[in-house]
Write a protein of this length. Structure first.
Length: 272
């Protein structure tokens, strides 16, 4: 949490655009860093080096996928990028072939469609590594809002979507949160409670983005995913993001041993 607040508080460069509003909220100005040549140069060089250094790991992961389940090693999907332009995003396939055509659109922990190798890849986020290729191509950046599905209604992004970001870090273990929600309410809970918080975090990043904030978020991503498996406490979200919706959805701080133990009751009261 501290890393996110520190990264978000860094001053940005000259503001030149606005971040799309979510459900009627005010639009936020966007730092010039998000679309600068310096950021693009950093992304390209870092992603290229990453692909070269991690190529043995990428190869092992791909072989493990194709040897243990039917289908291709990579999962591709159309996403919306900067200026509403669509692009193909690449991930390691972590579910059975054709999983996107059956079952819920929101994935929870324990989803039977997830393969054995896929579960391991998802647990340490290695399934996202092929997106380094998207960064090299210029479709994505290292840091930014996550690219949305074409079917989602959202305003045009003024910056490239990212592999990681403040919202990505805060909800690293989102699937463990959602498993506490009744299955028939998961999608509505995601839309009504989680997405507004993510949108606010993305807007805050875009408004204050700088080279140092990107480095902070990248570092937090690398080290948090390796040694900090702590889930974000939803009571912290109430303090950091005092929207009425979130206040109503999360009425009580959960016990430290299980930050989301009240999530099921709260979700039913909020979205039923």
């Amino acid at each position: 949490m501290e890393a996110l607040q520190h990264a978000a508080s860094k001053p940005g460069h000259e503001e030149h655009s606005t971040f799309p509003a979510y459900r009627g909220e005010e639009r936020h100005a966007v730092s010039a860093w998000t679309s600068s040549k310096a950021k693009r140069c950093f992304d390209f060089l870092a992603a290229l080096v990453g692909l070269i250094l991690l190529s043995p790991l990428l190869l092992v992961a791909a072989l493990a996928i194709v040897c243990t389940s039917e289908g291709d090693a990579l999962f591709t999907q159309e996403r919306v990028g900067r200026g509403e332009q669509t692009f193909t995003i690449y991930k390691f396939r972590t579910m059975c072939e054709g999983a996107e055509f059956c079952g819920p659109s929101v994935t929870c922990e324990g989803d039977p469609r997830i393969t054995t190798v896929g579960r391991w890849l998802r647990s340490i986020k290695l399934d996202e590594l092929p997106q380094l290729y998207n960064v090299v191509r210029g479709d994505m950046s290292f840091v930014g809002p996550r690219p949305k599905l074409v079917s989602h209604e959202c305003g045009p992004l003024p910056c490239r979507p990212g592999i990681t970001g403040a919202a990505t870090l805060l909800f690293t273990r989102e699937e463990e949160l959602l498993v506490k929600i009744p299955a028939d309410l998961v999608e509505r809970f995601t839309v009504m409670v989680l997405n507004p918080v993510k949108a606010k975090l993305d807007a805050r990043y875009a408004e204050h983005a700088s080279f140092s904030s990107d480095l902070g978020l990248i570092s937090a991503t690398i080290f948090r995913l390796q040694w900090d498996k702590r889930m974000a406490d939803l009571s912290d979200l109430v303090e950091a993001h005092p929207e009425d919706l979130v206040k109503r959805a999360i009425a009580m701080p959960a016990p430290k041993s299980d930050p989301f133990s009240h999530a099921e009751t709260i979700a039913v009261n909020q979205v039923a």
